[in-house]
Design a protein around this ligand. Structure first.
Ligand code: DC
Length: 223
């Protein structure tokens, strides 16, 4: 199987770019951030204070069935049979996902599921630790990044388009806080693998980013 790891900070365009590249190559796209988001959504719904009630998060895991299904309109996330895809992109769930992803038991709970997708499919998997921890033998590793301002601007535009009541300043400060938390956590922090190719999406268009990544993949796996 050919596995492509795409890591990077929030808002660098990983998911839209990965989805487009996967479609062009006929690979499946796995958005691992959505897995953390789904667990955070469930924890918040149960009233769990994720940062302080790690034991309640642990207990929740043993009582959770997480499922990913691929449909025409992309990846759908299910928690205990409920399609939660529409609810996992809010600012509260984003912060909750960052907090829940720092819990080692959560990361190991998801690890085998993530690896089994990669064993069974040619796939593009995006996240924070795919090239470093989840798929250290991935054939291609890309670290997609951009300045925090460029990423916050993109996320702000997306949230506004969805009708969310947010300010640019709040989105930027959330982004900086999440970057810090994701980079500084002890377990599987956000990091570029030593053999990753760094791509900066800040000054180039979406199409140029996709073209650049396709070129990197073609050079590496000789399509
Ligand atoms: O990519 P995203 O914004 O949907 O990810 C949500 C959170 O999940 C993010 O704060 C970091 C965390 N995450 C992670 O720790 N490891 C991954 N492989 C993917 C996401």
């Amino acid at each position: 199987m050919i596995n492509i790891a795409i890591d990077g900070p929030s808002g660098a365009g990983k998911s839209t770019v990965s989805r487009a590249v996967a479609k062009m190559l006929g690979y499946i796209y796995i958005d691992t951030g959505a897995m953390y988001r789904t667990l955070a959504y469930k924890a918040l719904k149960l009233g769990i204070d994720i940062s302080s009630e790690t034991d309640r998060v642990d207990a929740m895991l043993s009582d959770t069935v997480l499922d990913i299904r691929h449909a025409e309109d992309g990846q759908h996330m299910f928690a205990d049979g409920e399609d939660v895809t529409a609810f996992i992109r809010t600012p509260a769930v984003s912060m909750g996902a960052s907090a829940i992803s720092a819990i080692p038991a959560v990361r190991s709970w998801l690890l085998e599921m993530q690896r089994s997708f990669a064993r069974e499919n040619n796939c593009i998997m995006d996240g924070r630790d795919i090239g470093t921890v989840v798929l250290p033998d991935a054939g291609v590793k890309i670290f997609l990044t951009a300045s925090s301002e460029a990423r916050a601007k993109r996320r702000f535009d997306e949230l506004k388009e969805k009708g969310e009541d947010v300010t640019f300043e709040a989105v930027l400060s959330d982004m900086i806080k999440r970057d810090e938390d994701d980079t500084n956590r002890a377990c599987a922090p956000l990091a570029a693998a030593e053999d990753a190719v760094i791509v900066d999406s800040g000054d180039i268009t979406f199409e140029q980013t996709v073209d650049k990544i396709i070129e990197i993949i073609n050079n590496k796996v000789g399509r």
